[in-house]
Every structure is written in C-alpha cells, then in structure tokens.
Design a protein around this ligand. Structure first.
Ligand SMILES: C[S@@+](CC[C@H](N)C(=O)[O-])C[C@H]1O[C@@H](n2cnc3c(N)ncnc32)[C@H](O)[C@@H]1O
Length: 256
C-alpha cells in the first residue's frame, strides 16, 4: 500500500508566542501544591492562585485566539471583493499572510515578496533557503500553483507601475523606520492599479494581545489608527475601513 506524506504547515514563529505562558502555569501550580502541603498563609496562596488563573487563560488565548502559527482568516471581507486579480504580499515571510489571501480568494493569484535577510532570520531563525521554507508552506496549503516568490525590498519594489489589483502587507511595514514606512507605502501606491485595495495589517495593542502579553510585542511604538491613516493618505490611499482582529490593527485603503 502506498504511503503518502502529509505536508504540514510550519510558519516558524518562536515557540514562546504560542506556549510562553506554560512555564508560568506549571511553576504557579507547583508552588500552589507546595503551599497547600506546607500550609502557607492566605495572601501568598491568593497571589499564586491569581498567577495560575491568568497564565492558564493567557496560554489558551495565545494558543487558540492569537494562534500566530495557525492558518489565519482575513480581518475584513471587503478586501478584494471581486475575488479575482493579481495580489502582492509585501513582506511575505514564511507565507502566513499569502496563504490567508489565497485561501479566502480562490480566484486570485499572488506574488509573495520578501527581502529574506536579517529581519526574516530574526523572526523565523536561520535557514539554508528561506524561499524553500515559504514554498513548502504554499505547497502544504495547496495554493502554490497560484503563487510566485520574489526576493526584493518593499522600499523599492521590482515591479512596473500598476502591476497589481491589490496588495496585502501583514506585520512587516511596522518593522521599518519612518523613512522606510513612507517609502514602502509610496511603492505600494505606485504598483497597485487605481481603485485597487491595500490591506495593511499591524501588530496592535488590542485587548486579547494586551491580556496575554501586556506591553510586549509592540512594533513601531504606540502608533495608532490615526497615525497610519495619515501615512496612507499621504501616500495616495483613501482609508475605507479600520478595525482590530486578534493581535492586529488593520486598515483597508483604496488607491485614488
Ligand atoms: C513578522 S514577518 C511577517 C511575515 C508574514 N507577512 C506573516 O504574516 O506572517 C515580517 C517579514 O517582513 C520582511 N521584511 C522586513 N523588511 C523588509 C523589506 N524592506 N522588504 C521586504 N521584506 C521585508 C521580513 O523578512 C519578514 O519576513
């Protein structure tokens, strides 16, 4: 009988983003047990109980709500409503945002662009061929025939003007400095067709993320929707929608 290897998605975000609260859960539980046996006083036991409850809840939130290594859904159904067209993913990484778009827009094709350099290694670790890691995930998701991989800098995109019907960029532009942000948004405005959508997703201080991580995980400082709206408008986009999704602030822009 033939044996089929079932390819697994592996986005490669660090383990602690999904399971970082587990040591706290185990530590608090062990101390509670020790305290119960040795009859510790009420206040340390209460503090340990609160720690155990919060860390257990935060573990469930990171694993099942934020789910950074899981297959994500689009934060808004208004993105690429036509369902078809050529999409660019700026800062595709190991493919999570590309797969999000290709999963929910089965008539679309996509170019997954990344610099595959220092920032890639920072997030996903060193690997022989980052492009192969991305390709393996596109294949595991069954979307590789609608995707191509491009190595390039989102601050100077290697594409003709108006080459795309829509653009997505998730948790990537917020890693750049102010100049890099403006350059990338101007490049996005150049390569998308007039009337095309731009879905910008950023790591945000939304309630689920704050509950689990407090002030950690903030890229680009405490920049809120008004700051990003102004940057998008300056680049030539009208902002149609903004909102939050677990771990995410998103803005949907349309090229004027
Ligand atoms: C946190 S990852 C996000 C990956 C993916 N979009 C996702 O949703 O999982 C950020 C990615 O942006 C890429 N990146 C950073 N600066 C870049 C640049 N100037 N041009 C292209 N990609 C860049 C990094 O290599 C990294 O893969």
């Amino acid at each position: 009988m033939p044996v089929f290897a079932i390819a697994q998605l592996d986005f490669g975000y660090p383990w602690w983003l999904s399971y970082g609260h587990l040591p706290l859960v185990l530590g608090a539980a062990a101390l509670l047990l020790a305290g119960y046996r040795r009859k510790w006083s009420k206040w340390p036991m209460l503090a340990l109980g609160v720690l155990a409850l919060w860390s257990s809840a935060a573990l469930l939130v990171t694993r099942f709500v934020l789910d950074i290594n899981g297959r994500p859904s689009l934060p808004t159904q208004s993105f690429l409503r036509s369902g078809a067209g050529r999409v660019l993913d700026m800062g595709a990484g190991t493919g999570r945002s590309s797969i999000m778009v290709l999963d929910s827009r089965p008539q679309a094709t996509l170019v997954a662009l990344d610099l595959f350099a220092h920032s890639f290694e920072q997030h996903f670790g060193r690997s022989e061929s980052p492009q192969q890691r991305l390709l393996a995930n596109l294949k595991a998701a069954g979307v590789d025939r609608r995707a191509t991989i491009e190595t390039g800098d989102m601050r100077k995109l290697p594409f003709e003007s108006g080459a795309f019907d829509a653009i997505v960029s998730a948790y990537a532009i917020d890693h750049l400095n102010r100049q890099g942000i403006d350059q990338s948004l101007a490049e996005a405005a150049r390569v998308v067709k007039p009337g095309g959508d731009f879905l910008l997703m950023l790591i945000a201080k939304e309630p689920w993320a704050q509950f689990a991580f407090g002030p950690l995980l903030m890229h680009g400082g405490p920049r809120g929707p008004a700051w990003w709206t102004a940057r998008l408008q300056a680049a030539g986009f009208q902002v149609l929608e903004e909102g939050t999704h677990p771990l995410t602030l998103y803005l949907l822009g349309r090229r004027l």
